[in-house]
Design a protein around this ligand. Structure first.
Ligand SMILES: Cc1ncc(COP(=O)(O)O)c(C=O)c1O
Length: 556
């Protein structure tokens, strides 16, 4: 039978793959550089190509699927349009959120992992990458202070880590859960008011319902109120509700508020023995943001080898002291796609007792010992079935490339730079809302010309005042991104529409400055802070409040 190998269309298709001899490896590099050449070299801008609104008119051209194979250059020229106005996380002017600029080596190795298309569900089809994953498990477990039988897996995000934690914890309190489901039993997840808002969503995904999430009060520094925790635990156990998971903060993005796991564990021990509970509730310490501070675990703060300024050092020391309590947690998470320089998605979940991970969806408690090559199947206990090897290799490369000292110095540099913004912006009418933060992100209420004079006043204000402030802050953040309509440097800051609620329940908005680029210096930060201040002065002279449908807050 005649095949298509000489058909001109089929020949076009074949050209698009790596040759079996790989003689066309250079094609891949040419494709990447063709894409990169499409955009002009960014000139003092935190955006790729344009800082204006994205022009989506090009999309229409691609609406109907092409009948024939198209030339690579045409397709990529089309694809690249979707990247216009990408935020350049490596730019010092990108101050928006906790997104890392990916390490070039990590991007390179991810591309290689994608090129050879390794699938971590089974070692036979993922070359040696399961070994790299296991090595990272050992390294992070040591940082957590765990000495025994831990294990871990890479997954799709901090949300994935939370999903693992609650699902594993469910097995402790409802051992029949895997086989029979939870059958009318209503397990709860206890966390605090300040812990991440996605926890309810994870409860919903797991079928225990959003209402399963019980939120304990916090102190002014956003850490757990142990008295309220005790009361909650007593109440839940008196009501005979199983506890699927206790989720503690290992640090939020803005304030790095960290709960002490040891204190919480002591309370759990005491109350659970009082109730003669047959299981210990599972404790997940959500360290997806803070884990890089663990690199300071063995740092001699007295000697201060890398000469961290004395204004910064106590804050780092405090974070490390709190993170040391990870030793008492049952599980932790690390997001390499937060302060870990990895491309998305790149997170890993670590559990102290590997049997709990291995038997997460098995009918009996088991440990899957690693076997000879070709005999290691991980999909029996991972959320995903097929899993890319790229994140593992990116994380491995990052850890090996930067080393302990590299991470330490980066964090110290961001703290130093963060303080520059904290010191300068208040002089221009930006009220600093998180002076106590242990992190380097800062949050401000830029005081509007006619709005509430400070954040507290806004709390007590009328809904029209809150709306005015939100509209002003939103427009101001857009003005910053446009460089004050061209007269200043464009700066991408974070617009937080609902940092908190006013007395009347309206959203109270703010701006966030989150330095992430390793290229930012104190000089650059000083310059940018003054630029922001001067832009605000100019904006205040021009701003007129027009009720728009953008972020208008509706009183609930
Ligand atoms: C403390 C914490 N946990 C979990 C998450 C969710 O992480 P992801 O977006 O990677 O799923 C976040 C996200 O910011 C977070 O700050």
């Amino acid at each position: 039978m005649e095949d298509f190998s000489t058909n001109p269309i089929y020949l076009e298709i074949r050209k698009k793959f790596l040759e079996s001899s790989e003689s066309n490896r250079a094609t891949l590099l040419a494709l990447i550089s063709g894409c990169l050449d499409h955009f002009p070299q960014p000139l003092k801008s935190p955006y790729l190509g344009t800082n204006r609104e994205i022009d989506f008119s090009f999309v229409k051209k691609y609406e109907n699927l092409p009948t024939h194979p198209q030339p690579a250059s045409d397709v990529l020229n089309g694809a690249i349009n979707f990247f216009q106005r990408s935020i350049l996380w490596h730019s010092p002017q990108a101050l928006q959120n906790i997104t890392p600029p990916p390490l070039l080596e990590a991007v390179a190795v991810s591309t290689i992992a994608n090129l050879y298309n390794l699938n971590l569900l089974w070692d036979y089809v993922s070359a040696g990458v399961q070994e790299a994953e296991q090595q990272i498990v050992r390294q992070i477990s040591r940082l957590a202070g765990w000495t025994g039988d831990s294990d871990g897996v890479f997954t799709y995000g901090g949300k994935g880590c939370l999903t693992y934690a609650i699902r594993i914890g469910l097995n402790r309190c409802c051992p029949q859960a895997t086989k029979e489901g939870i059958n009318g039993i209503a397990p709860v997840v206890i966390t605090t008011k300040f812990n991440h808002y996605i926890i309810e969503s994870v409860c919903a995904w797991l079928g225990i319902g959003k209402d399963a999430c019980v939120r304990v009060k916090t102190h002014a520094d956003e850490t757990i109120d142990l008295n309220d925790f005790k009361n909650t635990l007593n109440r839940v156990l008196s009501e005979k509700k199983p506890i699927a998971c206790i989720i503690l903060s290992g640090g939020s993005t803005i304030n790095l508020n960290i709960d002490r796991v040891d204190s919480v564990r002591n309370i759990i021990e005491e109350i659970c023995s009082h109730f003669k509970l047959s299981y210990k509730p599972f404790i997940y310490f959500d360290t997806v943001v803070s884990w890089p501070w663990l690199f300071y675990k063995d740092y001699d703060f007295e000697k201060n080898e890398i000469e961290i300024p004395k204004e910064i050092l106590p804050r780092i020391k405090k974070v490390v002291e709190l993170l040391r309590t990870a030793e008492y947690a049952d599980a932790i998470g690390t997001d390499f796609h937060k302060i870990g320089f990895a491309p998305y998605n790149n997170s890993a979940f670590f559990v102290k007792n590997k049997a709990e991970l291995h038997s997460v969806v098995s009918d009996a408690s088991i440990i899957r010992e690693r076997g000879v090559f070709g005999n290691n199947f991980l999909q029996h206990h991972t959320i995903e079935h097929s899993r890319s090897a790229a994140p593992v290799m990116a994380a491995w490369t990052i850890l090996q490339s930067l080393g302990v000292q590299g991470f330490r110095m980066y964090l110290a540099q961001m703290m130093i730079v963060g303080d520059v913004f904290r010191n300068i912006l208040p002089k221009y009418g930006f009220e600093l809302l998180n002076p106590q933060s242990l992190c380097y992100a800062s949050v401000y209420y830029p005081i509007p010309p006619q709005g509430p004079k400070n954040f507290n006043e806004m709390y007590d204000g009328q809904v029209k005042d809150t709306n005015y402030a939100t509209q002003y802050i939103y427009e101001l953040s857009k003005y910053f991104s446009l460089g004050g309509n061209g007269s200043f440097d464009a700066v991408d800051v974070g617009f937080l529409k609902n940092l908190s609620k006013s007395k009347l329940g309206a959203d109270m908005s703010a701006l966030r400055i989150f330095p992430m680029s390793p290229h930012i210096t104190t000089k650059e930060a000083d310059h940018l802070a003054h630029q922001l201040g001067e832009m605000k002065e100019k904006f205040d002279r021009e701003f007129t409040y027009i009720k728009s449908d953008a972020p208008e807050v509706v009183h609930k």
